[in-house]
Design a protein around this ligand. Structure first.
Ligand code: SF4
Ligand code: SF4
Length: 298
């Protein structure tokens, strides 16, 4: 087995599209599998955007595929067994690592990237000398008197007491859980949560994300009509772009129903009425809600 250095790991990370890599030994609270002597936390930057699906999701899916390739290559080329670790909680690792800041919105931050990154984790069966790394500059995430994320959150999920997931729109999206009535009206609007998946309102307003926010795009991979129908071809493409765990037909249609109603898309009214009898309780419930909303607007 060859020795491996943190600098080497960073080079691999850059080749596989990761913006940053941090190597450190696991602590007991990480519950790393036996034999893992080094954890490699990887961050992949993305450009914010998307009306229907937040651009975080394709970036995260790409990171998932790339990290598996990266681990295989490290094992092949260095002889140090490397594996993607999917079960370990990364947020606590970030909280204790000096490179990261943590916002009132509970998200992790990196200098220059803000909170616009997705994370992956590799475990190595060999020690790697940790590199000195600059501590996160607290001034760039001065939550002190700021309460922008708290004020913008439609559900009131962020407060001085912490984060209440049951008040967060994202908690319901694509999960099969029925979103409370009072949150549904914020889905799919330009100044609201995304239509199908993702609510980044608490990130959009954060001063530490201001630079990335200037690059925002409205790029979408699908039209609303495609997602309301969600035929086999659409579902397959959805799986390829965002990962097969998200490619659940009823959940996609359900979110598309809320989006159609919130945007006053009366041209879909007949299609929506037919979905009121759908065997999926979620689709049927959202179809009734959407039909009522469109009729009221009509
Ligand atoms: S919006 Fe303000 S309070 Fe919220 S995470 Fe950003 S700096 Fe902190
Ligand atoms: S993701 Fe949206 S709903 Fe959830 S905490 Fe942030 S602003 Fe609130």
């Amino acid at each position: 087995m060859q020795a491996i250095t943190c600098a080497q790991i960073k080079r691999y990370a850059a080749e596989y599209g990761f913006s940053a890599a941090y190597c450190f030994p696991p602590e007991a609270e990480d519950r790393a599998p036996e034999g893992i002597q080094t954890l490699v936390l990887l961050a992949r930057e993305y450009t914010p955007g998307g009306r229907l699906t937040d651009r975080f999701y394709p970036a995260s899916n790409a990171a998932y595929h790339e990290v598996k390739r990266m681990a295989e290559r490290i094992s092949d080329e260095t002889g140090v067994k490397a594996e993607r670790l999917s079960e370990l909680k990364m947020k606590p690792m970030c909280r204790r690592h000096p490179a990261f800041g943590t916002g009132k919105n509970t998200l992790n931050y990196l200098p220059g990237i803000g909170s616009r990154f997705c994370m992956e984790l590799i475990g190595l069966c060999a020690p790697v000398e940790s590199e000195e790394c600059a501590a996160y500059d607290g001034l760039s995430l001065d939550c002190g008197t700021c309460d922008r994320c708290e004020r913008v959150c439609p559900g009131g999920a962020i407060s001085a007491e912490g984060f209440t997931k049951e008040r967060c729109i994202r908690y319901y999206m694509m999960s099969g859980r029925v979103m409370p009535d009072e949150l549904r009206g914020h889905v799919g609007l330009r100044k609201g949560a995304c239509g199908i998946i993702g609510c980044d309102l608490c990130q959009r307003v954060c001063p530490a994300n201001a630079k990335k926010e200037t690059q925002r795009t409205e790029d979408d991979d699908f039209t609303l009509a495609e997602l309301l129908d969600c035929d086999r071809e659409t579902l397959a493409r959805f799986a390829a772009l965002y990962g097969k765990n998200y490619a659940v037909k009823n959940r996609i249609i359900a979110q598309a129903l809320l989006t159609a109603a919130n945007n006053g898309r009366a041209e879909y009214l007949e299609r929506i009425r037919r979905l009121e009898d759908n065997p999926s309780a979620l689709v049927a419930e959202y179809a009734r809600w959407a039909r009522k909303k469109l009729e009221e607007k009509g």
